[in-house]
Write a new protein. Structure first.
Length: 301
């Protein structure tokens, strides 16, 4: 399906809806609408595709959603068939208690989506945890990519902050925080990924999925399940990657320092590093034009 405009619209704030058992399809201040649903053993995953041309799939990281790709996706849709999805437990995809939202589970879902979309070898662009998911899906599930762009990915050990470790040891304590304190924590955490102050609407949209009865425990659940073992299982195999690889990195990334980018390109044959000036970890918000230009050149036939 061709659509002339990006697949998101601005709506007034609306009440979220829940099933009573889990939270599905939250309504955010800025509603990035994913029109399709796919049932997985772990819950419902929302996805969409738009544009025309060679296929490309965009993967988000944590604690974000496909919303971070909204502007890049619009640009790519002029020349590509763009696929986006919210990982299980993220964005507009289902959140529920006892849900497996680990990197291993997300790679299972991604492999399933590639089969659903009938994409034998798409180009893949992956940010943060999405990078780990893309690498696992390629190396452990045998998914073929035409080329791979990794944007500030979680890929090289060691990784994980002291905050991750604290939450991992005490997820139930954090899940029980008063809602106002929880929201303040999430907003501050997300804001710290940006090198400059995020617009209020953007911060609202990135925070909204993590609020409420299902969102709050889901936020701490995904952190508690973020285990380095899931990258340790594939890092020794990066030398097997035999396709064009571009690694983009924000020069002021304080979440994952640029040194990790240099380590990564040394592990992948033929990979090249492209630094994005003036950008922190959330490069889609800090340097969208630079990132779009780098990706357009890399993805060009």
């Amino acid at each position: 399906m061709l659509i002339p405009d990006p697949p998101y619209r601005l709506y007034p704030l609306r009440r979220r809806e829940s099933t009573g058992l889990s939270r599905v399809l939250p309504m955010t201040v800025t509603d990035w609408t994913l029109r399709h649903a796919h049932q997985t053993p772990g819950g419902t995953v929302r996805w969409d595709r738009f544009g025309s041309g060679t296929p490309v799939v965009l993967l988000h990281g944590t604690p974000f959603s496909s919303y971070v790709w909204r502007d890049i996706a619009r640009g790519l849709a002029a020349t590509h068939r763009v696929h986006v999805w919210d990982m299980l437990g993220y964005g507009s995809s289902e959140q529920r208690a006892d849900q497996d939202v680990s990197l291993a589970a997300q790679a299972d879902v991604f492999a399933d989506l590639l089969r659903l979309w009938e994409l034998p070898a798409p180009a893949v662009v992956a940010h943060d945890f999405g990078g780990a998911v893309a690498l696992r899906t390629h190396l452990l599930h045998g998914a073929h990519y035409e080329r791979l762009a990794l944007v500030d990915p979680v890929a090289v050990a060691p990784w994980g902050s002291s905050f991750f470790r604290l939450v991992g040891d005490n997820p139930d304590v954090f899940a029980a925080l008063p809602p106002a304190l929880h929201e303040a924590l999430v907003r501050a955490y997300i804001a710290s990924a940006s090198h400059r102050e995020l617009p209020t609407l953007t911060l609202d949209a990135l925070t909204a999925p993590w609020l409420g009865e299902y969102g709050q425990p889901a936020f701490y659940r995904q952190i508690a399940q973020a285990r380095q073992q899931h990258t340790d299982e594939v890092q020794p195999r990066y030398g097997e990657i035999d396709l064009p690889v571009l690694v983009c990195w924000g020069e002021f990334d304080t979440w994952i320092p640029p040194e990790k980018g240099r380590e990564l390109v040394a592990l992948i044959p033929g990979a090249r590093l492209h630094m994005l000036s003036g950008a922190g970890h959330l490069v889609q918000e800090n340097a969208p034009a630079q990132l779009a230009a780098a990706l357009a050149g890399f993805l060009a036939p």
